[in-house]
Design a protein around this ligand. Structure first.
Ligand code: ADP
Ligand code: NI
Length: 213
């Protein structure tokens, strides 16, 4: 099967699987990440095919989306192999989707340029106007308050604490969103992140003016 066809069929499969997703990992997140990833890949001379596949598949085995991560990873691998993707590319895509998640800052080091590109694209979608919107949607879905002057932002945390601990949507800016710009792996990723970062700072200034503290 040619690469274009593999990508189209993967797109359709992912869209079908994430239709009901309500934690900010819906198809539109995947679509934005995939488009940003491809654009960064072009700018950084990375392998666009591997980057596109990994971006499309990057959330399908996330512990927020599925109950059994191991089974979900196996399904993804079987999908790629079934489409005739070369074994080295299958291994590369699998490695990328297993290493890029933020997980409270406890993620593993990334080995390839393609992994760095996909992670940058995923992180871009967590900042800026879209990132702000996703943060409030995610918080709401977990029943967290949007803001609480008495609930302090956490400095460092384990993966468990990051997922389960009590916090607020506004605290999430300090716990993650405002850290992402300086964690960008690629030059193009950093340039795109910078504009979004500044917009979040403006948002917070206005927010504090409106809440009066
Ligand atoms: P992770 O970085 O742990 O893999 P994701 O990036 O998949 O999490 O998170 C999906 C979206 O939900 C992102 O926009 C992220 O910023 C937001 N999000 C994750 N955890 C929280 C939280 N505790 N409070 C508010 N938003 C969150
Ligand atoms: Ni994602």
């Amino acid at each position: 099967m040619d690469q274009e066809r593999i990508i189209l069929e993967t797109e359709k499969m992912v869209r079908d699987q994430l239709q009901e997703e309500q934690t900010g990992h819906d198809w539109f997140h995947i679509d934005r990440v995939t488009r940003n990833a491809a654009a960064i890949a072009e700018a950084e001379n990375a392998d666009v095919f591997v980057v596109t596949l990994a971006a499309l598949l990057h959330d399908l085995a996330d512990d927020k989306v599925v109950d059994d991560e191991t089974e979900a990873l196996q399904d993804i691998e079987d999908w790629l192999t079934g489409k005739g993707v070369a074994e080295t590319d299958v291994r590369h895509v699998m490695k990328i989707i297993q290493t890029i998640s933020f997980k409270g800052g406890n993620g593993q080091a990334l080995e390839s340029l393609e992994a760095k590109v996909v992670q940058d694209a995923d992180r871009l979608d967590a900042i800026g106007a879209v990132g702000i919107a996703r943060c409030f949607v995610y918080s709401g879905s977990k029943g967290s308050p949007m803001y609480g002057p008495d609930i302090k932002a956490r400095e460092s945390m384990t993966k468990e604490e990051y997922r389960k601990g009590k916090s607020t949507a506004v605290n999430h800016f300090y716990e993650k969103l405002l850290k992402l710009r300086d964690l960008m792996n690629t030059r193009r990723g950093y340039e795109l992140a910078d504009e979004r970062h500044k917009f979040m700072e403006t948002f917070l200034e206005q927010f504090y003016r409106e809440v009066g503290r």
